[in-house]
Design a protein around this ligand. Structure first.
Ligand code: MN
Ligand code: MN
Length: 301
């Protein structure tokens, strides 16, 4: 269980599933993306948990890592395909989940492909099964729908306070021979685009999400204060400018602090990721726990 507790995982999973169901209703035309992210995170906190990372609200060709900044005025556009991706920390457990909402009704193929690929992956995972078998199942399911998997985004092992714990589950076969073991916790997330898509994502130059990376020297006094705050509140988990703004209140100070810490490689940045040809992306994600005879998708509800 990698320092997580099964009872806590089950409980955190149930809470995550409940919040996900409510979050789905937030993805409507004209809704502020800021409000959606804040509502998800506030609900998590109201339930006595903590966000495991800033809630991602990624629209259309954006695959992941879009979280609003403190003064983000953008709204959900008409006919959008919206990915809500969030996770929480409760007790000794971390979850990671996502749902896609198709407001146009025109993306049935990528929606079904991602959903079914996830379902088939969950049916396949059990102790002794190599990760590559799961990649094959995901790939074949997506292909059957005439869609493309995103080749450079992957599912991942989750350990306590480590959301991306080394082992990855690619959405195309990649000879990953790690065998699932009882107690392993993984996030499975088939990202799917259309057959016209490039089938991979590119980093954009927009960054909102960061995490601690390496220890290093920070010169500016105000940046040091910020770093202390990050270490105390987020440890190794991702955070965003919007969260820091609630504490430090100055955009100018935040920007110079983040810039200095990035330059010193004290922080790592997670740029917003977009489909390389601008095609829409669907993504459904569940956190699973490997059991004696299969796995439990704890965040499914
Ligand atoms: Mn996720
Ligand atoms: Mn994930």
């Amino acid at each position: 269980m990698d320092n997580m507790r099964l009872e806590d995982l089950i409980e955190a999973g149930k809470l995550t599933a409940r919040i996900k169901k409510d979050a789905e209703k937030l993805a409507i035309v004209g809704e502020r993306i800021f409000d959606i992210a804040e509502t998800i995170e506030m609900t998590i906190e109201k339930e006595g948990a903590m966000p495991a990372f800033p809630a991602n609200v990624s629209v259309n060709e954006l695959a992941a890592h879009y979280t609003p900044c403190n003064d983000d005025l953008s709204e959900i556009p008409e006919d959008a395909i919206v990915k809500l991706d969030f996770g929480l920390i409760k007790g000794q457990a971390i979850t990671d989940t996502s749902i896609t909402v198709d407001l146009s009704g025109k993306h049935d193929n990528i929606m079904s492909a991602s959903k079914e690929a996830l379902e088939n992956a969950i049916k396949t995972i059990k102790p002794g099964i190599p990760v590559d078998d799961v990649s094959k199942v995901i790939f074949e399911t997506i292909k059957k729908h005439g869609c493309k998997p995103i080749s450079n985004l992957m599912g991942h092992k989750i350990e306590w306070m480590n959301l991306h714990a080394g082992v990855e589950v690619p959405n195309i076969p990649a000879h990953e021979m790690y065998e699932f073991q009882v107690g392993d916790v993984f996030a499975i997330e088939p990202f799917v685009t259309t057959k016209e898509g490039a089938g991979y994502i590119k980093e954009t130059d927009h960054v909102e999400i960061y995490s601690l990376f390496l220890p290093g020297n920070i010169r500016l006094r105000q940046s040091r204060k910020m770093l202390e705050y990050i270490i105390e509140h987020y440890k190794t988990m991702p955070f965003c400018e919007r969260w820091l703004f609630k504490e430090f209140k100055s955009k100018l100070m935040l920007n110079s602090g983040l810039k200095e810490m990035l330059k010193a490689r004290v922080l790592m940045a997670y740029p917003v990721l977009a489909e390389a040809k601008g095609e829409p992306i669907a993504q459904f994600e569940e956190t699973i726990v490997v059991t004696e005879d299969g796995c439990i998708p704890i965040t499914k509800g």
